[in-house]
Ligand binder design. Structure first.
Ligand SMILES: *[C@@H]1O[C@H](CO)[C@@H](O)[C@H](O)[C@H]1NC(C)=O
Ligand SMILES: *[C@@H]1O[C@H](CO)[C@@H](O)[C@H](O)[C@H]1NC(C)=O
Ligand SMILES: [Zn+2]
Length: 323
């Protein structure tokens, strides 16, 4: 974060440049659209504008386009959480108290905009913004380098993608996704999302999807999972949490929710396994690195799209409405 603070005044883009690039965010949004319950779908379609095709797909990138505007500069820290762990030493962790700065982080942002999207006393514009922030931040939290402080979330690590110079963060946000979509989906995030939706409904993700919205960590071995979820989330569901958060509006206190913390830990765990596991000069967008990383990216995008739908379904329909 040192760098972004130094340059924040004049050159905001040189700090934390990106987020899942546009294609990744759109895929999260398009995936979610297929799992929305009736009231959530109605709210989404009537709230988002025609320029976004009334869809969470195109609307998912708005938060990145405004963060360079002075009026939205305060939202820059909301796109990530700087986990001060040690991925190179094999120690990954996310600690809300340690890692979520005074200016806020993705955990407080999700809580805040969850309260605001449900708040009928706010203006239509404010609720639309809240929806577009949720649409975006539920994507970002699935990107392992948005949950990592090391080398400014990989922004300061040089990398190569498809023969071109880039940095590790950008290779995850954009490079590998663009490579995959060009090769397999005609460059279309919508076509990619359609394939991820099919994997959730009837394919390789079908058996795990229920776990994704249970707020227990799917990176933990099954034998440990229930014990762990008892500690993180004893007997509470995504619904309990969201309802409680929305009700807490009266106190004006923004308390991060347990589910996004579980998701953050899940993403962060990849920083200790695959993300930093390459040699200088190795091309990340081909060969073994790409072959290992792409399934992680697809999993994280599919998961976050499904979770985004579940989240909005709880807020507007009172339950996840998903199997
Ligand atoms: C909206 O949909 C139309 C027709 O499918 C498409 O041409 C256009 O690119 C879409 N706009 C956005 C912002 O995705
Ligand atoms: C919640 O969102 C509003 C609107 O963007 C913003 O003004 C406020 O600072 C946010 N609060 C927190 C704690 O992030
Ligand atoms: Zn972002």
């Amino acid at each position: 974060m040192k760098i972004s603070i130094l340059l924040m005044g004049s050159l905001p883009f040189l700090g934390r440049v990106a987020a899942w690039g546009a294609l990744g965010h759109q895929a999260v949004g398009y995936t979610a659209m297929e799992f929305l319950a009736p009231k959530a779908l109605k709210f989404v379609q009537s709230t988002l504008s025609a320029s976004d095709n009334h869809s969470l797909g195109p609307a998912a990138t708005w938060a990145d386009t405004v963060r360079s505007e002075a009026a939205f500069a305060f939202t820059a820290p909301f796109h990530f959480i700087d986990a001060e762990d040690d991925p190179e030493g094999g120690s990954c962790s996310v600690d809300e108290t340690r890692d979520c700065g005074a200016a806020g982080c993705i955990l407080t942002a999700i809580a805040n905009y969850t309260i605001r999207v449900a708040d009928t006393s706010l203006s239509a514009t404010q609720r639309q913004e809240a929806l577009k922030f949720i649409d975006h931040f539920l994507g970002d939290i699935g990107q392992p380098l948005h949950v990592e402080a090391f080398e400014v979330g990989g922004n300061d690590i040089s990398a190569i993608c498809g023969g071109s110079k880039t940095n590790l963060h950008a290779a995850w946000d954009t490079g590998m996704i663009t490579t995959n979509l060009a090769a397999n989906f005609g460059g279309s995030s919508q076509a990619w999302a359609a394939s991820l939706v099919q994997e959730i409904q009837t394919g390789k993700f079908q058996s795990d999807a229920a776990d994704w919205i249970s707020c227990s960590s799917t990176t933990e071995p099954l034998s440990r999972r229930s014990a762990l979820s008892q500690i993180i989330n004893p007997g509470r569901s995504m619904k309990d949490e969201i309802m409680e958060t929305i009700a807490s509006r009266a106190t004006g206190k923004i308390t991060p929710l347990a589910c996004p913390l579980v998701w953050a830990k899940e993403s962060n765990a990849f920083d200790c396994t695959d993300v930093f596991d390459f040699k200088t000069g190795q091309d990340l967008c081909k060969g073994t690195y790409f072959t290992n990383a792409l399934p992680i990216i697809e999993l994280q995008i599919a998961k976050q799209g499904f979770r985004l739908a579940a989240w909005l379904n709880v807020i507007f329909d009172g339950a996840t409405n998903l199997p």
